[in-house]
Design a protein around this ligand. Structure first.
Ligand code: KG4
Ligand code: ZN
Length: 373
């Protein structure tokens, strides 16, 4: 560690992951611990807010302790505590915010409030730094997860000699987030929870042009998204094709027996179902990619950043990469581990705010709808 590298302890509890991490100098991850609640929410097919808060309460102390241990530091070595204060589930956020406040107060260290969405932007920079690259700004950043689908224009701004980012919202979903559409379609088809990773694995086995989904018709902002229409279209497709119902029941039974692997579910899926899955994914990916590139062109940016749980999707990555190469733009993703919720990204975002002198106090509150811009 060089002398000027500050250590930030990040804490994240906005949804269904309890996470803590220690990051040096805003870019070097010393530890990143994530306790996922997927097993708890799986049988409900989505995150149950009350269960999430309860589990955060159980996990927060051991997760922070483990992050500090894995970083080979002590809490006394930490320069500041950065905590997500929104957006997210209010009860879940409150666990992290309250714990962060108490910890910072007890240690006599500064407390930094971090917007979860800014964390997702920083996840891209963490990864790029590890790979020895740095995205050129201005950039368009697509944050695409189970809770968000939103496009920002990210610029570099210097305040007190510290490099900071500024954000302008370009567009976002008017209804469901893209990850939510993955999860809901997976639920209709009995593919298990969360739906994104399994659809990702099954889609290459189907014909992506077999089922046509209409582009959502929207007036107004051309950079807005809508995913509820495609979810309904899948439902109607299933109603029009009752021959697909028995296999849905077989998969449901397989899931109940704990058979959740992509291979097991694929063996219980007809070519027609695999075609539907592939076509659904193609439509979602095309929608995300076309609007992001249109925004990038209009804002004359130098790079494209893609972050959030759905950024782990293989087809999304390939499509972004080939389109970026065609248009001579650079596209950056976090590693799959940094794409989904984690606290290293919160510590990284907190570092820039720490350097520019921002401090939160004991009045800090959690805000379910906290905007980034
Ligand atoms: O960022 P994240 O961990 O939590 C939220 O803030 O929502 O994202 C979780 C979402 C879920 O909807 C999940 O289905 C989706 O990301 N997801 C994926 C993939 N892995 C996770 N979607 C598509 N392809 C994937 N490989
Ligand atoms: Zn997130």
């Amino acid at each position: 560690m060089t002398e000027r590298e500050h250590l930030i302890l990040g804490i994240e509890s906005s949804c269904d992951e309890t996470a803590a991490a220690v990051v040096a100098g805003g870019r070097r991850i010393l530890s990143s611990v994530v306790a996922s609640q997927t097993e708890i929410h799986r049988k409900y097919g989505g995150v149950v807010p009350e269960l999430a808060s309860r589990e955060h309460l159980r996990q927060i102390v051991p997760v922070v302790r483990e992050a500090v241990e894995q970083a080979h530091v002590t809490l006394r070595d930490v320069d500041a505590v950065a905590v997500t204060n929104g957006p997210g589930l209010i009860g879940a956020l409150l666990v992290g915010v309250t714990y962060g406040k108490v910890l910072a107060q007890a240690l006599g260290k500064p407390l930094i409030a971090v917007n979860h969405l800014e964390g997702h932007v920083h996840a891209v920079f963490l990864e790029a730094h590890a790979a020895g690259r740095e995205p050129a700004l201005p950039a368009v950043c697509l944050i695409v997860s189970g809770g968000h689908t939103i496009l920002y224009d990210v610029k570099s701004a210097s305040s007190n000699g510290v490099q900071r980012f500024t954000y302008t919202r370009i567009g976002g979903t008017r209804d469901d987030a893209a990850g939510e559409a993955y999860d809901k379609v997976a639920r209709m088809l009995a593919l298990g929870y969360p739906g994104g990773p399994i659809i990702d694995r099954l889609a290459p086995h189907g014909d992506a042009h077999a089922v046509r989904f209409n582009e959502p018709k929207m007036s107004g902002n051309p950079y807005d998204f809508s995913f509820s229409g495609i979810k309904t279209a899948v439902l109607y497709h299933l109603r029009r094709n009752p021959q697909l119902t028995p296999e849905i029941e077989s998969r449901r039974q397989a899931l109940a027996r704990g058979e959740r692997s992509a291979d097991a579910l694929r063996a219980l899926s007809s070519p027609a179902t695999l075609d539907l899955i592939a076509s659904f994914q193609r439509a979602v990916v095309d929608n995300l990619v076309s609007r992001t590139f249109a925004a990038a062109e209009q804002h004359s940016v130098r790079s494209i950043l893609v972050s959030g749980g759905v950024a782990a999707n293989s087809e999304l990555r390939h499509t972004f990469e080939s389109e970026a190469a065609r248009r001579r733009l650079e596209v950056y993703f976090p590693s799959r581990a940094l794409s989904t919720d984690n606290a290293a990204m919160i510590a990284a975002a907190g570092h820039a705010r720490f350097l520019s002198g921002e401090r939160a106090d004991l009045m800090l509150n959690a805000e379910a709808n906290l905007p980034l811009a």
